[in-house]
Ligand binder design. Structure first.
Ligand code: CTP
Length: 489
């Protein structure tokens, strides 16, 4: 029995579908819209990528479609793959002939032969991705659902159409896709399918890092990314694709003293951050903030477990993790590094008396990323002790108030040195040397410590005093501040 077609017929009213159908009729080719686009109709997720499968040449249909659409349609043909794409307005329509595939053990590149629609549906990853809707006039709008994909959509289930061991072994990327769909859509992975992922986990090694990171980034962008990492862990994939994260797992106890499980803590921080921002790089910073805890872990008889400098060591680990995982080695990485390196600062500040100078230094080091850093630090408080959490919350509030006050007063966030290195060299007639750096740092420290305001004249006068104390003579004083030349210059 056909389910109620009003569920999807509305979508098929888009004229592109009847046009493709009539082109296919003229060519005598059965033709279907299939895969993610059909799935997303039922999930009410807007999608612009339409996959069309036909019995016969997909290139042929695409070429005719592009001609009929005329201006504004862009055709790309991939002869080697037997596929073609038409871009038209905001749509991307992919055409492919129905296929039957077989795989060899050491590659995910299949040997492809022409096949029937049923062959094509069999070779797809999940039942929910194997739904097809006919576009030919005679059967327009008919749903072909051989594996119960529609009912799996209703039950929120990820399941492979065939024996999952074959589906995953053919293309091990699908193990990542199963976990990604489960995280993105809030679906559960059917038991047989889940067990097959565990059995085939090692096969992930034939998948390129680029494809794995694509899936991980989709997990990271989901509402609750921890779901994905917990599944990766459960199926034994985590240690293969992300050993550094896997190493956070576990609790050690000595003399009755334990430490928290840093894996579960990290996932909680990640979810806390994800609840407050879509910024994927801030989410990466959350995932990596404690990444150096396993290698910095020590046991001290007096104070118990310590993770000294795990923030700085973590900051240093990030480039190699990014390189290995094919994450971008650009300003995004630098941003993650910065947040990981600084993530202890607001907490230390909030634990202690919140002095103006500590707040100024924090503002100076964090710059424009101060808000993100505060968000990360607030997310990092995962203690079950309510009193402790409330104390931290209050202290963070105080830090935030001070940050605002001090920024308004001293404009530290993007502070440029009030006197440049070139000016220092000219005033004291110095070549580029360490003395120039020392003078520059002295001015910066004086501003951050609140000894002088962040203003050029104050910095100039401070610099002259500093130089005098070190017997560095002024050769070319700045004329604008020489009304009352300081003594000894
Ligand atoms: N597919 C598959 N195995 C893969 C990748 C894709 O069987 N490893 C099939 C599925 O039927 C899928 C279709 O190809 O629906 C299109 O794949 P793709 O565009 O990569 O993904 P979508 O399922 O559309 O989902 P998303 O865009 O979220 O990745």
């Amino acid at each position: 029995m056909q389910p109620d077609s009003s569920l999807w017929s509305e979508h098929l009213k888009h004229p592109i579908f009847s046009l493709i159908g009539s082109i296919a009729d003229q060519a005598g080719q059965p033709c279907y819209v299939i895969g993610g686009y059909v799935r997303d109709i039922f999930l009410k997720r807007p999608s612009k990528d339409i996959d069309i499968v036909t019995l016969g040449s997909g290139i042929n249909l695409a070429t005719t479609l592009s001609k009929q659409l005329g201006k504004g349609a862009y055709l790309s043909v991939f002869k080697n793959f037997g596929t073609a794409q038409v871009k038209y307005r905001n749509l991307e329509i992919e055409f492919v002939g129905a296929r039957k595939e077989s795989y060899s053990r050491d590659s995910r590149k299949p040997v492809v032969e022409n096949g029937t629609l049923s062959d094509d549906q069999n070779r797809r990853d999940f039942t929910i991705n194997a739904l097809a809707i006919c576009l030919n006039k005679e059967h327009f709008g008919e749903l072909i659902d051989p594996f119960g994909g529609l009912s799996d959509l209703g039950n929120k289930t990820i399941r492979t159409p065939l024996n999952p061991d074959i589906t995953f072994s053919d293309d091990p990327l699908r193990m990542m896709r199963a976990i990604r769909f489960s995280t993105q859509l809030g679906f559960h992975i059917e038991e047989n399918t889940l067990n097959a992922i565990t059995r085939n986990a090692e096969r992930i090694n034939i998948i390129s890092k680029e494809r794995i990171i694509d899936e991980l980034n989709k997990i990271m962008a989901s509402e609750k990314p921890s779901t994905g990492y917990l599944l990766l862990n459960k199926c034994q994939l985590l240690k293969l694709i992300f050993p550094e994260l896997d190493a956070l797992k576990g609790v050690e106890t000595k003399d009755g003293k334990g430490h928290k499980d840093n894996f579960f803590h990290t996932l909680q921080v990640l979810d806390n951050v994800a609840a407050r921002t879509d910024n994927i790089w801030l989410r990466w910073a959350a995932l990596l903030h404690d990444i150096a805890k396993p290698i910095t872990k020590r046991y001290d008889e007096k104070i118990g477990w310590t993770f000294h400098n795990h923030n700085f060591v973590g900051e240093k680990m990030i480039p190699s993790i990014f390189r290995k995982m094919k994450l971008p080695l650009n300003e995004k990485m630098k941003y993650v590094q910065k947040l990981v390196g600084l993530h202890m600062r607001p907490i230390i500040l909030a634990e202690d008396t919140v002095t103006d100078s500590a707040v100024r230094r924090l503002l100076f080091d964090a710059g424009d990323d101060i808000e993100d850093l505060m968000l990360l630090c607030e997310a990092d408080i995962t203690s079950k002790n309510r009193e402790k959490v409330a104390r931290f919350r209050d202290n963070f509030q105080l830090v935030r108030t001070k940050l605002k006050e001090i920024e308004e007063k001293d404009r530290i966030r993007n502070m440029q040195p009030p006197i440049s290195g070139e000016e220092i060299m000219a005033i004291f007639n110095l070549p580029p040397c360490s003395q120039v750096g020392t003078i520059k740092s002295a001015i910066k420290d004086a501003i951050l410590d609140g000894i002088i305001p962040n203003e050029k004249e104050a910095a100039y006068q401070f610099m002259l005093d500093f130089a005098r104390s070190r017997q560095i003579p002024v050769v070319n004083p700045l004329p604008e501040y020489t009304d009352s030349p300081p003594k000894g210059s």
